[in-house]
Design a protein around this ligand. Structure first.
Ligand code: PEP
Ligand code: MG
Length: 617
């Protein structure tokens, strides 16, 4: 597959599309291209969750909940309409024939999600039969489908199709109503390639890396949290693959290459043979990189670079050990708050942190307090926590802003971390800081919590763990000298820094082509913040996705950075890059890059520097 020429579009041949619809055996190979987010080649069978009926047991409700259920139904219909309308905007990338087929179908779906017989009937059942919204939807859809199938007429295929459409809409509504779209993951056969419209970060947290071989979705961007989690779990993945869910059917054979972003449905023998070759090369490369585990991350002129891992869920710990990480540079604590209906208490949090700190021995662990908001939507917090309801959630109550507004959340998390901090080398990190006062306020709370715990007789480290700030907004980067006076260390979050600098949502496929951490504006902000820290001899690291790209290591080292935190899977390649570099070369290269104003030129320079020969393994 690696040798395929680049695909201009997701272009199934018309004859193939016809064969596909008529269900003839041996359909021709159908290639699609998405965003390559997590490398690895997989040969397997498609498991299409968009077709999976949501498993929702029948549920009755008390009379006083009728209005609540009707509101849930109303909201699920609105969300479903939004999803289908979005699918419609994507049709233009498909071949004309497929567009002609799909457009009227999606229009019919949108109508059914409006003031339709299905929704009116379901509303009525909620009130008259006291049914939960999903049960009412399923009953009403089944009644309508049966009525359609019982209708007289010769066009049996047409009647079947219409009944199928009603059931399909009921499935979408049910998935949105149950708000756990991938509960059906339980039934996914081992080794499957999971295909979905969209995977939320909370869904990704439920994936079992040993079981799901690969993931491909229609939505999503390269540096959204779903992509980050898939990379962290080492699951090969392609996101933002237009036309995928319309083309891929459950049970289809496929070859997915998460490194190139390509997926071939019904692969031809030549594609399969190339994929098998790729798999063998992949295994060889892994074995070669594995040998680096015990070697230091040291440049040719003897400068040591700290390479740490980011951790999203505890399931990654074995991968982190395998990769030979020198600690955890970013522990995203959001996992503790995902996929649950209540908030984890101090005890539960302390246990989770204890497990990670103990697993890391004396290697440092940087724990970031809860960064909720934006795309990191967590059900648990919706109850009783001020959710950003404004038009731009990413600019609203997110990260430290939310925690300072609800200080009891921050107090509880500080207490949980402090109680186990003596077990290892801990640092605490504040997300989404924009002004020095936020760090100062957080520190006041931190010290108050520490005093309270000491009074209670808890064992605390003699010196409190350092309290650092994420530099992940242009405001924080340009005010880094001021923030440095309040913070003990910096961690530069290039994912959000790029998003906020360029006004490009990191998880939004429609603007993914504009998301570019190599934009000079992003690099200049990084340089400013790094220099502010270095002037004060304050520790500074990069923990955004940039840190895990071996091609960017010369630039980061050249800017003066010596600590990088990344998904565990990237550590060996980044270490290899470090071991081939000379710091003076890197500094010269960085100066050259920082003189440029065109992102394309910077990308060219990065590529040509990376292509330089010389390998000392
Ligand atoms: C970042 O923004 O770069 C970062 C590391 O934080 P997160 O990806 O969790 O937002
Ligand atoms: Mg961030």
């Amino acid at each position: 597959m690696k040798t395929d020429p680049p695909q201009k579009s997701n272009d199934p041949k018309p004859a193939e599309a016809a064969r596909r619809r008529s269900g003839t055996a041996n359909p021709a190979e159908h290639r699609l291209t998405g965003i390559a987010v997590s490398p690895g080649i997989v040969i397997g069978q498609i498991y299409d969750t968009t077709e999976a009926p949501a498993e929702s047991p029948r549920r009755s409700i008390a009379a006083e909940l009728v209005e609540t259920e009707r509101t849930r139904l109303h909201d699920a219909a609105a969300l479903s309409r939004k999803q289908v309308s979005k699918l419609k905007t994507r049709l233009s990338v498909l071949p004309e024939e497929a567009q002609e087929e799909l457009e009227p179908l999606l229009d019919a779906y949108i109508l059914m999600l409006g003031n339709s017989r299905l929704l009116r009937g379901a509303r009525k059942r909620i009130g008259e039969e006291l049914l939960a919204a999903e049960t009412a939807v399923q009953d009403e859809a089944e009644a309508i489908a049966q009525a359609i199938l019982a209708a007289k007429g010769d066009d049996k295929a047409g009647l079947n199709r219409r009944a199928g459409e009603v059931r399909e809409i009921a499935r979408r509504l049910t998935r949105n109503l149950t708000a756990t779209p991938f509960r059906s993951l339980k039934g996914v056969p081992a080794g499957a390639i999971l295909v979905a419209d969209e995977l939320t970060p909370a869904d990704a947290a439920l994936l079992e890396p040993g079981r799901i071989a690969a993931v491909a979705t229609e939505e999503g961007g390269a540096d959204g949290h779903t992509a980050i989690m898939l990379r962290a779990l080492g699951i090969p993945a392609i996101l933002g693959c237009h036309g995928l869910t319309a083309a891929a059917k459950r049970g289809d054979h496929a070859v997915l290459d998460g490194g190139t972003g390509r997926i071939a449905l019904h692969p031809e023998p030549a594609t399969l043979a190339a994929a098998k070759e790729g798999l063998a090369a992949q295994a060889k490369e892994r074995a070669r990189l594995g040998k680096l585990r015990r070697l230091p991350a040291e440049t040719t002129d003897g400068q040591l670079v700290e390479l740490q891992a980011n951790l999203e869920i505890p399931a990654e710990l074995p991968l982190i050990h395998q990769a030979g990480a020198q600690g955890i540079g970013l522990l995203r604590t959001e996992f503790l708050f995902m996929n649950r209906e209540d908030l984890p208490n101090e005890e539960a949090q302390a246990e989770a942190y204890r497990a990670v700190i103990e697993a890391m021995g004396q290697d440092p662990v940087t724990i970031r307090v809860l960064d909720w908001g934006g795309e990191k939507d967590m059900e648990a917090l919706a109850a009783g926590v001020p959710v950003s309801t404004g038009p731009n959630p990413a600019l609203g109550l997110r990260g430290i802003r939310l925690l300072l507004k609800r200080p009891e959340l921050l107090e509880e998390q500080f207490a949980a971390i402090l109680r186990v901090a003596h077990l290892g080398q801990v640092r605490i990190l504040l997300p989404m800081v924009t002004v020095p006062a936020e760090v100062a306020q957080a520190r006041e709370i931190y010290e108050r919590v520490a005093r309270r715990l000491r009074r209670r007789g808890e064992t605390l480290p003699e010196k409190l763990p350092p309290l650092g700030a994420m530099i992940e907004t242009p405001g924080a980067a340009l005010a880094a000298d001021g923030i440095a006076l309040e913070a003990d260390f910096f961690a530069i979050g290039t994912n959000d820094l790029a998003m906020y600098t360029l006004a490009v949502d990191r998880a939004e496929i429609d603007v993914a082509h504009l998301y570019d951490p190599l934009h000079p504006a992003v690099l200049r902000l990084m340089q400013f913040a790094t220099e502010a820290a270095l002037r004060l001899r304050m520790p500074v690291s990069v923990c955004g996705e940039m840190a895990g790209n071996p091609k960017l290591v010369p630039l980061l080292l050249g800017l003066g950075l010596r600590s990088l935190s990344m998904n565990a899977g990237s550590i060996p390649k980044v270490k290899q890059a470090v071991r081939n570099l000379d710091i003076d070369d890197c500094a010269r290269f960085a100066r050259r890059v920082m003189e440029q104003s065109d992102p394309r030129r910077i990308a060219e320079l990065v590529e040509s520097f990376a292509a330089k020969p010389g390998d000392r393994g």
